[in-house]
Design a protein around this ligand. Structure first.
Ligand SMILES: [Zn+2]
Length: 534
């Protein structure tokens, strides 16, 4: 009935701090295949059921969000960079801490590979921010303002309320359509990504999930209070609305096909004025100084997401002029050099920056990478070790350290370092996958399969998780400790799949029962059959 199936417990545990990370999945399928794949995978999924009731529970919301995330990730739409994601997750969490006494609602923040200015909230507390939006912000409070607005959409349960009005759509269908809308929009080929029928459904769905003006107003109002309470400049919100207003009028010409969920912030002069007068009510707020990580992350995204043909290095050269560079620009230029294979050119700047900001893991990890790139392996490994003393078990730093160890043919140590992280910090999916890679390089095949099963759990694919656990158990040389660990996990996953099938079956029966109930005026015994053709 209302009881929680086991799966969300496992997932929530594992995804407490889902930070999307490295290594973009190279799985871009042609649009037609994608449309098919989303339908198929939705059908195969045991963890997505069809709700009998018309209201979306938090569990259902979470399932939809996770499913959509998986499809966005498979399409390469998620920027899987550990450093950038860690920053966004930290920034978002700071606001969430003000936002919610409801600890059941988890939030996962991720960057989207799209240069348009937008952000969106998925069901289940997954919040996506286009890198184009970050590049358009001028300071951290502006970015925080956007997050606060999206967080408010989630805490006020606007999505669930919109969906409730429709009700009969199954969770799987909703997830598939929502993903198709987002992917279609993000790649600018929404009709290619969807067949005719799905497109019509998509339009209906669109209608459902559009936030009303009242929702938007509430998200602005509630978001503003989160923003101020978290110690950001409340004027960050109206300031950024103005930027969006200017830019969206420029974009409108070729982008007006964009769905509302991606465009959920129509900016009117009225809205900006309201937001300004709200901000004025927070006179007592004295914003905390901005973190240097904001500008580092903004420039990092610029370098990582700019297509190669746009030559991001020229951007920094042109900006140079006779102005002194900001730390962010210095970092961006160094990173661009490193990325272009010119590690040596990046070392001077990175060394200076890393010395100036020893507590900022992003600078230490890039310095370590550049040292590796320049062939200074020992110095690189020392840099990582020193940085980890200052920021123990920092996820991106540990992953980069392990990456360097793998390059230095120290796979065993890499596996050990990642295992320690895995056991002590709620892991991100890409971190888990990377740990599997390290285990495999170290020759620990059974552990590698075990980690891959954890990866599939984290991304919501239980059948693949079972397959990996069976492989792990079939390895001839596993210890008894390993065996009982793998078996326990397998039992847990199977139990989750079972209770989910049960849940789905109950929902289907409920649905059937409703359909079979003859209308009051009609007492013929075979009423259902006689109506079947109509
Ligand atoms: Zn909104």
């Amino acid at each position: 009935m209302g009881s929680n199936p086991a799966m969300p417990t496992i997932l929530n545990h594992r995804l407490k701090r889902l930070l999307v990370a490295v290594l973009v999945l190279h799985m871009a399928l042609p649009p037609a295949v994608l449309a098919q794949a989303s339908t198929n995978s939705a059908n195969d999924l045991p963890d997505i059921g069809s709700p009998a009731s018309s209201a979306l529970s938090l569990d259902d919301e979470y399932r939809i969000g996770l499913q959509v995330m998986r499809q966005l990730r498979d399409e390469g739409q998620v920027i899987e960079d550990p450093e950038a994601t860690e920053y966004l997750q930290a920034l978002g969490s700071r606001i969430v801490a003000q936002a919610t006494g409801d600890s059941a609602q988890k939030f996962q923040f991720f960057f989207v590979r799209d240069d348009t200015i937008n952000a969106f909230a998925l069901p289940g507390g997954f919040i996506g921010v286009n890198y184009g939006l970050v590049l358009a912000t001028r300071n951290e409070s502006q970015l925080a303002g956007v997050l606060a607005h999206e967080i408010a959409h989630v805490t006020q349960r606007h999505i669930a309320r919109r969906v409730r009005t429709q009700g009969r759509q199954s969770v799987a269908t909703m997830a598939a359509i929502l993903a198709a809308i987002l992917i279609g929009a993000a790649t600018g080929s929404s009709d290619a990504a969807l067949g005719g029928v799905a497109m019509a459904q998509g339009a209906a769905m669109q209608q459902q999930i559009n936030f009303t003006r009242a929702n938007e107003n509430e998200a602005d109002r509630v978001g503003m209070s989160f923003l101020a309470a978290a110690g950001f400049d409340p004027y960050g919100m109206p300031d950024f609305f103005e930027t969006m207003g200017r830019r969206s009028s420029l974009q409108a010409a070729n982008r007006n096909a964009l769905p509302e969920i991606l465009q959920s912030h129509p900016v009117t002069t009225n809205r900006i004025a309201e937001s300004r007068s709200r901000a004025a009510q927070f006179q007592d707020v004295h914003p905390a100084p901005e973190s240097v990580s904001y500008q580092l992350t903004r420039e990092r995204l610029r370098v990582l997401a700019t297509p190669p043909e746009d030559n991001v290095r020229r951007y920094y050269t042109e900006r140079h002029g006779n102005q002194p560079q900001t730390p962010g620009e210095q970092y961006g230029e160094a990173l661009a050099n490193y990325q272009a294979g010119n590690s040596r050119a990046s070392l001077d700047d990175l060394t200076v920056l890393a010395r100036e900001f020893p507590q900022v893991p992003m600078l230490q990890s890039t310095l370590g990478q550049a040292l590796m790139g320049a062939g200074a392996t020992d110095e690189a490994l020392d840099t990582f070790r020193r940085a980890l003393l200052l920021s123990p078990r920092n996820i991106p730093l540990t992953m980069r350290y392990a990456e360097a160890l793998l390059k230095a043919n120290q796979a065993k140590t890499a596996h050990a370092v990642l295992l320690d992280l895995f056991n002590n910090v709620a892991p991100t999916p890409e971190q888990i996958r990377f740990t599997a890679l390290a285990a495999s390089s170290a020759g620990d095949t059974a552990d590698a399969a075990f980690y891959m099963s954890e990866y599939h759990i984290a991304t919501g694919n239980l059948p693949l998780s079972v397959a990996q656990l069976e492989m792990a158990l079939a390895e001839p040389n596993i210890t008894s400790v390993q065996r009982s660990r793998f078996q326990a996990r397998l039992d847990e996953v199977r139990e989750a799949m079972f209770s989910d099938r049960k849940r789905r079956k109950m929902a289907e029966q409920e649905e059937k029962r409703k359909k079979q109930q003859p209308p009051p005026s009609d007492s013929r015994p075979h009423g259902t059959l006689s109506r079947a053709g109509s």
